[in-house]
Design a protein around this ligand. Structure first.
Ligand code: PGA
Length: 251
């Protein structure tokens, strides 16, 4: 059985004060025990969040990490080993905003994924097509390439300790959500691609959906057979809304 997961990607939002507010709100939530809940604050606030959520079963992850596992001369980057030292369990790899705006290639992401795993972090690999690619009928090709890049470089076994988030770029922060069926179709294809290499890995890996998930649409999305939870952006900045999404994953 795959344990559902709901992850909040705070992106580049927050101040010490607003993070303190959000921590307070999260601390007051009744979270379903069957759901793994994680938040991904900006790197600067990771310590604040880990300290503030002590005793609450909310895991913390980073939104990005370096291509090298260990600390060293790499100005401006954060090593996976440092994230582990800070108490992180997860790291996002290849969010579309980093692919698009920071020019992160599949080759770079392969290194980030491997470096994270080498330190014991669980990578959350984000994949998804743009609107243009969807309209050109290339969704499965694009997603298949992004996933295939890791499989080719690191082997399908890498997904025994990873999470995958399917996030159609056109649905991120736009208020446009993929329909549950559209999302399910892609999730099914992702699982089939993994199953072609290893059925155990395919059966056990969690596939999250991301892109304008909110409390009002979460239950329907999470009800699909291959959707194991969500990666939540905007709605994760509101503790009550985020809590409602977590509860939807528990039902
Ligand atoms: P959104 O973002 O929920 O604000 O659409 C999701 C994401 O980018 O992870």
């Amino acid at each position: 059985m795959r344990r559902p997961m709901v992850a909040g990607n705070w992106k580049m939002h927050g101040t010490r004060a607003s993070v303190a507010e959000l921590i307070k709100g999260l601390g007051n939530l009744a979270l379903p025990s069957g759901v793994e809940v994680a938040v991904f604050p900006p790197c600067l606030y990771i310590n604040q969040v880990i300290e503030g959520l002590q005793g609450k079963s909310v895991a913390v992850g980073a939104q990005n990490s370096a291509v090298e596992p260990m600390q060293g001369a790499l100005t401006g980057e954060t090593a996976p080993s440092q994230l582990v030292d800070a108490g992180c369990e997860f790291v996002l790899v290849g969010h579309s905003e980093r692919r698009q705006f920071m020019g992160e290639s599949d080759a770079t992401l392969n290194r980030k994924f491997a470096a994270a795993q080498a330190c014991g972090l669980t990578p959350v690999l984000c994949i998804g097509e743009t609107l243009e690619e969807r309209e050109a009928g290339k969704t499965l090709e694009v997603v298949g390439r992004q996933l295939g890049s890791i499989i080719e470089e690191l082997g399908v076994g890498a997904f025994a300790n990873a999470v995958i988030a399917y996030e159609p770029v056109w649905a991120i922060g736009t208020g446009l959500t993929a329909t549950p069926q559209q999302a399910q179709d892609v999730h099914k294809a992702i699982r089939e691609q993994l199953a072609a290499e290893n059925t155990e890995v395919a059966k056990n890996v969690r596939l999250l959906y991301g892109g304008s998930v909110k409390a009002a649409n979460a239950a329907e999305l999470f009800g699909m057979p291959d959707i194991d939870g969500g990666l939540i952006g905007g709605a994760s900045l509101n503790a009550d809304e985020f809590g409602a999404i977590c509860r939807a994953a528990g039902n």
